[in-house]
Design a protein around this ligand. Structure first.
Ligand SMILES: [Zn+2]
Length: 465
């Protein structure tokens, strides 16, 4: 195949249509893996570098694969392995990758999937080779970027090196691209230092072992996470107890409110079990918690309603009356997004969370169709999205960087719950208050790391509503 671009050799096979090309930057084999120099002899480092590169090139199949390199020996190696060759003008990894992407843009590929050439378990890149927005596979530390699939021709600036994952997510957002993060055990392991070498990868002489060649990864579980819905005009969170909304999606709510969203709370139970004091006046507790819930909503910036379904705490049941009552509220408030407990979470003890989740799902179904509860006399309503919190398999994250304090403030409005759920003695317990603040921020940061932002709340998104 004759190429129109100088310094480009086409791969052995190119498909008729050109959705995605894979680009593998490979530096000279004799310079590769120099951080293993204390562990492996130069000869063995070279062999390892070639072996790893071969795995990544073959994992690209059936997508067309190009190697971008400065080195003649690597160019010959790539050609022999059926890869196209793009000669890099030099200037380091970022310049080489950007040069490769620009060449492939000229060649007519709308997307380029950049895969590092040192992924020992790489077998299949098809889950990453998306043709919508930008897709990233972080390394197993959530720090580097092992694979990045970006649209060609948008001027994506690569920033490899420590911390590159969050920089690449930020760059995608700067360019207005939808962000998708794939966590894939077969792509998250890269080999930089001796800590990355596992028993079975190489023998004592640094040779890849037969076991490693036939490597079956420990798990092949992959999951995908998407970042940020458009800010809804109206959102409704349906939760079991006063304070659940703040714990599960308080920061998301604070962010949306700050961007003009009207927030609504629907709390299914009265919270009357929320005390360890056997002698407490539960009627008084119910009244207190209703006031606290309104204050918490205010702390989130809510301009919407706080409603209570009125079930007794711990005794929420799945029945038609409750489904009808929630469906009526959905039809009245007409939220674009409904948030609720994930009822399919396994091994969850508390029945209210389970039942509130099923009720919310059933009510969304009932609210959207006119033949459910026609006695409401209200127009049906179908939300655009449903986000389930407490999910075991979240696939959606909201970046809540900057809204950590609002979440904590809203939680602290639930003063009656200091002792039972926040481990704070009272309002004067400075150490307890600080520990709680730290705990919430750490949790948000841990979820943020999954999607390459400082703080996040994560959900399972139901798409077909
Ligand atoms: Zn609860």
């Amino acid at each position: 195949m004759q190429s129109t671009v100088q310094n480009l050799t086409a791969p052995a096979t190119t498909p008729a249509t050109k959705p995605v090309a894979v680009l593998v930057p490979i530096k000279a084999f004799d310079l590769a893996k120099n951080r293993l120099s204390g562990t492996l002899e130069p000869f063995d480092r070279q062999r390892l570098a070639r072996e790893l590169a071969a795995r990544v090139v073959s994992a690209a199949h059936p997508l067309p694969v190009y190697v971008v390199c400065e080195d003649d020996e690597v160019a010959a190696w790539a050609h022999a392995h059926g890869a196209g060759v793009i000669r890099s003008p030099g200037g380091g990894l970022n310049a080489a990758v950007e040069h490769g992407v620009s060449i492939l843009t000229t060649e007519g590929y709308p997307f380029v999937c950049v895969a590092h050439g040192d992924l020992p378990d790489a077998r299949d890149l098809s889950a990453v080779a998306g043709t919508e927005g930008a897709t990233f596979v972080p390394d197993r530390h959530g720090d580097g970027t092992n694979v990045a699939c970006v649209p060609a021709g948008v001027g994506f600036r690569f920033a490899y090196g420590p911390g590159s994952f969050s920089r690449h997510v930020a760059e995608a957002r700067r360019l207005g691209l939808a962000v998708r993060v794939v966590h894939d055990d077969t792509l998250s392991w890269d080999i930089d230092t001796s800590d990355d070498l596992r028993a079975g990868d190489v023998n004592s002489a640094g040779m890849p072992t037969d076991a490693a060649r036939a490597w079956a990864p420990r798990t092949s579980k992959a999951s995908t996470m998407h970042l940020d819905l458009p800010v809804p005009r109206r959102a409704l969170a349906i939760a079991a107890h006063p304070d659940d909304v703040e714990f599960q999606c308080g920061a998301t709510f604070a962010k949306w409110a700050a961007h003009g969203c009207q927030l609504h709370h629907l709390i299914c139970t009265d919270g009357s079990k929320g005390s360890w004091d056997p002698n407490i006046d539960t009627a008084e507790l119910v009244a207190t918690r209703a006031v606290e819930q309104r204050k918490a909503a205010d702390a989130l910036g809510s301009t919407g309603e706080v409603r209570f379904l009125g079930a007794i705490d711990g005794e929420l049941e799945q029945n038609r009356v409750a489904v009808g009552a929630i469906a009526r509220i959905i039809r009245e408030l007409r939220p674009d997004v409904v948030l609720a407990h994930d009822p399919w979470r396994r091994w969850r003890l508390h029945p209210d969370h389970r039942n509130a989740g099923f009720l919310a799902c059933d009510a969304v179904v009932a609210a959207r169709d006119p033949h459910f509860f026609p006695e409401h006399g209200l127009a049906p309503h179908r939300p655009a999205a449903m986000l389930l919190f407490e999910s075991e398999e979240p696939d959606h994250a909201e970046d809540v960087t900057g809204y950590e304090a609002a979440k904590v403030r809203a939680l602290l409005a639930h003063v009656s719950q200091f002792e039972t759920t926040m481990y704070i003695a009272d309002g004067d317990d400075a150490a307890g208050l600080e520990a709680f603040d730290t705990h919430i921020r750490r949790e948000l940061a841990a979820q943020g790391r999954l999607i390459g932002v400082a703080s996040a709340e994560t959900f399972l998104r139901l798409r077909d509503l």
